[in-house]
Design a binder for this molecule. Sequence first.
Ligand code: ATP
Ligand code: MG
Length: 432
Amino acid sequence: MELIATRNKGAEDILPSQTYIWQTVEDIARSTAATYAFEELRFPTFEKTELFERSVGETTDVVQKEMWTVMGRKSTYTLRPEGTAGAIRAVIQNGLLNDAMPRKLYYLISCFRHENVQKGRLWEFHQFGAEMIGSASPAADAEVIDFAHTLLDRLGLGDTRLCINSIGCPECRRKYYEVLKEYLTPCRDKLCETCQSRFDKNPMRIIDCKVPGDKELVKDAPVITDYLCDECREHFETVKSLLDNMGLEYTVDPKIVRGLDYYTRTVFEFVSDSIGAQGTICGGGRYDRLIDELCGTSVPALGFAMGLERVILAMKEASFDFGEKPCTDIYIGSMGDAGQQLAMKLAKAVREDGYRAECDMCARSVKAQLKYADKTGAKYCLIIGDNEVESKTGSLKNLRTGSQTQIALDDTFADSFLSVEMADSIAFEEEL
Ligand code: ATP
Ligand code: MG
């Protein structure tokens, strides 16, 4: 029989042995977002294709090469390759631009890009993203960069390198494009095909090209930071001094232009040196023209997105302490119908206190049930047979220490279990 249960090469299954790691990262992301007063936004996995074409930009790799696009009955839709376009579409459509500004939002999403699959580069991947909408002030840039840094720090990645740049406004870029084109004209024919087509429309994209030959050709090309207008230069200087003030270390890298067209002024990346070639774990920047482009109202905004697969790779590389995978607190096994009924009632009672409780679901022998409790790492075990039902008492075994406690199997059971468990935990901690 042909095996149809095979996984696509660019998408990953995340199994229970790993999901607790993801949950740890997501919990830290959510709680950090809360301390910066960002609220969660959820929005659809797909949007009309033109939303990404208009916002991400027609000359970008993402739009030109990487989109997963499907035909609906009337329109063409694309699985989101990133979060900003959909988030901003949702903000506009739901009237959030009328809220008190700045509006601060975050999201935990899956994204889709058709790329060459490698370590840290997948077709389906996950992002934590944040957007601050409605402030043009350099303080917003510094706060958003500080938010990303704090989150990385809480994930044990505080030493990830921060690189920043300013790519100015359309006015600065007009001047810059002229000199860049002049510089590139003699080698125009040697550029990759995509970059030749970008030459007239968006030459700065060539600086971001990943093709090795092109990288070599732009190595000594003029840089945008030398062509910033007075206002953009002042904005960038203020961002830098605010970062200095917060004690954030960074380097200015004039080669960072970012892969998406909607960026203006400040752009930044956090780069890890420990996870191989795909080292950029977070990218972001200001996009003051995007909202105007989508709805005709000019509202400044900025944000960042962190690639969670790369974050987790880096955390593992840094030996982050994810703690132990949570396991069952108490296994309540049974023999016979009366035993099973009582076991299920008692399990329900301890679950009310938040304990993880399991009973036999397979009508197995006591030996097989004990084996299951042991295999799944249960902390306590109790087996209820006819004798236990009759006497309304049982023997609660601590599977870590082997110690046994007689326990009443009545309405006091949950309370008694709680005190035994707490006393054992305190004793265990004192031993450490
Ligand atoms: P790269 O330079 O690695 O292609 P990018 O500039 O295309 O990154 P962004 O659009 O800024 O990436 O997305 C933000 C983050 O999402 C990246 O820094 C990275 O951590 C992650 N990311 C992007 N594409 C992928 C992918 N195909 N697989 C896994 N993670 C990704
Ligand atoms: Mg990319």
